[in-house]
Design a protein around this ligand. Structure first.
Ligand code: FES
Length: 179
């Protein structure tokens, strides 16, 4: 909000400066444009801080390590039906959801602001983040409702030897069931 207000103030100062200069009040116009530059510099500084320090608008799942090949992440018995459950692959949290015969797997860290999707709620074939209510499709991780703008990385899942295994999708992100 502060970033937006600073930008609007800067724009208003430049517009006022232009009007004053047109009316031949050159000195006053210069003062207003100098103020505008100052305000815009503060806005730019804050914008950079938001992105680089607080990572606002940055995909929070970028750089996460996900398995290239099928890899066991939890015993099949540990996954209840319709209950988002957290598993892990080399420190990367993964949310697993069983829906009858189907198992879905997504990166657990919400792409918006790192909310834990395993604590979110299911609505049909979607999961809602507990922090700001972004909603993602379970089958491909696409954003159904924001504020998130980046999709959730989606994994292929299968059950083998009593274990749930996941890997990065090859052709499609849909379920592979292989008992
Ligand atoms: S952290 Fe998930 S919607 Fe904001």
């Amino acid at each position: 909000m502060i970033h937006g207000i600073l930008n609007l103030t800067g724009a208003a100062l430049f517009a006022s400066s232009l009007i004053l200069r047109k009316k031949k009040f050159r000195k006053q116009g210069l003062v207003l444009s100098a103020l505008g530059y100052g305000i815009m510099m503060a806005a730019a500084h804050l914008g950079g801080k938001m992105v680089y320090e607080y990572r606002v608008g940055v995909d929070r799942t970028s750089g996460q390590i996900l398995p290239e090949e099928f890899c066991a992440v939890m015993p099949e018995k540990g996954l209840e039906d319709s209950k988002p459950t957290r598993a892990e692959y080399h420190g990367t949290p993964i949310v697993l959801v069983r829906k009858g015969e189907q198992i879905f797997a997504l990166a657990e860290t919400c792409s918006h602001f790192s909310g834990p999707l395993s604590e979110g709620k299911l609505i049909g074939d979607t999961i809602v983040c507990p922090y700001h209510d972004s909603r993602f499709a379970l089958n491909d991780g696409r954003v159904i409702n924001g504020p998130a703008v980046h999709p959730q990385p989606c994994l292929e899942a299968r059950i083998k030897d009593g274990q749930i295994q996941v890997r990065k999708p090859r052709l499609s992100s849909s379920l592979v069931f292989d008992r």
